[in-house]
Every structure is written in structure tokens, then in C-alpha cells.
Design a binder for this molecule. Structure first.
Ligand code: BEZ
Ligand code: FE
Length: 304
């Protein structure tokens, strides 16, 4: 009957994966075990601490629903999501930078016509968003679906509302680029907001004296055939949390100078009833492939 010292134990567990048929799975399992064992050795983890960790992860799982993904949130606040993003996007070659998908890509991205107001009934300062999708050489890409979503003026996503199922989507839509690669829409100026703190992730954020805030942003998922899917945000320049995003998602190139305007008409010639903001941002796609992520609950409408 084998008995192991703590370092022999690691080698024995690694050996236990020897027969794994898939080489990548074998490698991932071996490295996972090595890293976990190193952590336990380095920290001299106590039974109480280990029990706490098991309970914490159990509660993370129990908090998950079709529209709430506490595991993604955990990955985000520990910087794992941005690290996975970094190792998969090492060379951008001039393509737009990527950032976290976040837990609020829940589907229901119905196609809307250019110029539509995706936050029609919400209070807030109005914003006109104009954008273009091109390849790396600046050639416009037509017919590209672009999913957009953002928080309301109180910092909540539609899917966080208890009445989401009956109210339907708000501040989320899909636009398809025109012949010139352009899209434009109306919405409200989003504000900075806290990630959900009513679960185990929030508990950890508060216990470790971190703040839970994300700087104001609009999410974009640009998904063109023959190009890498682009998952990104455009951040509102000047936000006070740009330097301390709780999920480490800000990149300089993704910060837009959103201008305050008083012109009586918006860029599409329609009347503005009050001062408004203009966000202008161009997305450059890198040739490649890959499936865009499926939304939580996979409720994205197939006909959109
Ligand atoms: C978001 O921007 O929607 C988000 C991203 C990561 C964690 C929480 C929220
Ligand atoms: Fe967000």
C-alpha cells in the first residue's frame, strides 16, 4: 500500500492521469493538480480554511441561475477572465482590443433598425452611438451582426430585474452593419456601477476591502464570418473608476471620448430634445475564426 510524502503525493496524482486519451486534457489536469498542491504547500492550508473554500465554492454554484452566473463573476474579480483573454489575444495586429464578456450577456438580442432607441423608456441623459466595423486595412465590413448591451442609469442590467421575464430586454439589441460597415443607435449615457454584491463574490470583495465598481461602458460583441469574434466594451472617458475596475477590464484603446453636444439635431438628422452625448468608435476585426460565446440561458433569438 503506497504511502506518500507531500511532494510524492503530487507526483502520484499527476501519474494517475497517465492513461488520459486526450493529450490536452491530460496536460490541463496535471498542471491543475500541480498548481493546487503548490498552493496548499505554500500556504500550509488549515482544515478550517480548506473547509471555508469548499463552502465558498459550493455557495458560488448555488447562486447560479439561468440569468446569474456567479462563477463568471468570481473568475472576473480574480482577474482570471482577463488572463484567459490576454493569453488568447497576444498579437492584436491593429485589431480592436478585447475585454471580459461579463455575466450579463443573457441573450434576447433582437435585431433593431439603425437609429433605434434601445433604452426608449428609461430615464437618463441621451446618447447617440455611431460606429463602423472594418477589417485591419480599414475596409468596411457589411452585414455584420453587432450585439450591444449596457446598464441603466441606476447601474443595473435588464436581466437583474425580478420582472425581466415579463418585461423583456432593455438596453440590449443587435444591429447589422450597413453597406458601409456602419451602425448607429440611441440610448442613455450609462453610469459606473457595482457588480452584484449580494452573493459570495460580493462577500469576498467586501471582506478584502476592495470596491465593487466598474467604470461606465457599453458592451459590444461583433461577430463577422471569417473574422475572430470581438468581445469588448467601449468605456466612457473621464469615469472615476477607469483606473480601478473591479474586474481589471480597462484597456486604454477602449476608452472613448464621449462628447457632450447641444446641437438641435443628432447625426442622423433627427431632432434632439435636450443636450446629448456622442460616442464614436470604430471596430477593427482580425481575420480568423471561432464561435461567439453563447449567452447565458442561450435565449438569443435565432431569427435575429
Ligand atoms: C459587466 O460589465 O457587465 C460585468 C463584467 C464582469 C463582472 C461583472 C459585470
Ligand atoms: Fe457591463
Amino acid at each position: 500500500m503506497p504511502q506518500f510524502s507531500d511532494t510524492e503525493l503530487t507526483a502520484a496524482v499527476v501519474r494517475s492521469f497517465e492513461e488520459t486519451p486526450d493529450a490536452r486534457v491530460k496536460f490541463l489536469m496535471e498542471e491543475l493538480v500541480k498548481s493546487l498542491h503548490d498552493y496548499v504547500r505554500k500556504t500550509d492550508l488549515t482544515f478550517d480554511e480548506w473547509g471555508y473554500a469548499i463552502d465558498f465554492l459550493t455557495r458560488i454554484g448555488q447562486k447560479c441561475t439561468d440569468t446569474r452566473q456567479e462563477f463568471i463573476l468570481l473568475s472576473d474579480v480574480l482577474g482570471v477572465s482577463m488572463l484567459v483573454d490576454a493569453v488568447n489575444h497576444r498579437a492584436r495586429d491593429g485589431a480592436t482590443e478585447t475585454t471580459v464578456l461579463g455575466p450579463f450577456y443573457v441573450g434576447e438580442h433582437k435585431q433593431m433598425p439603425h437609429g433605434a432607441d434601445i433604452s426608449a423608456n428609461l430615464p437618463g441623459e441621451r446618447m447617440f452611438v455611431q460606429s463602423r466595423v472594418t477589417d485591419l486595412a480599414g475596409k468596411p465590413l457589411a452585414g455584420v451582426p453587432v450585439d450591444v448591451w449596457h446598464a441603466d442609469g441606476d447601474g443595473y442590467y435588464d436581466s437583474q430585474s425580478p420582472t425581466y421575464e415579463t418585461d423583456g430586454p432593455s438596453s440590449r439589441a443587435r444591429f447589422v452593419t450597413d453597406a458601409d460597415g456602419r451602425l448607429f443607435f440611441r440610448t442613455i449615457l450609462p453610469c459606473s456601477y457595482p457588480i452584484p454584491t449580494d452573493g459570495p463574490v460580493g462577500e469576498m470583495i467586501l471582506q478584502t476591502r476592495r470596491h465593487p465598481m466598474r467604470p461606465a461602458h457599453v458592451h459590444f460583441l461583433v461577430n463577422a464570418a471569417g473574422y475572430e469574434p470581438l468581445i469588448t466594451h467601449v468605456f466612457i472617458g473621464g469615469d472615476k473608476y477607469l483606473d480601478s475596475d473591479v474586474v481589471f477590464g480597462v484597456k486604454d484603446d477602449l476608452v472613448a471620448n464621449v462628447e457632450k453636444r447641444t446641437d438641435p439635431t443628432m447625426p442622423d438628422g433627427k431632432k434632439a430634445s435636450a443636450p446629448w452625448h456622442l460616442m464614436t468608435y470604430e471596430f477593427r476585426l482580425k481575420p480568423g475564426e471561432g464561435a461567439a460565446p453563447k449567452p447565458l440561458g442561450s435565449r438569443v433569438s435565432e431569427d435575429a
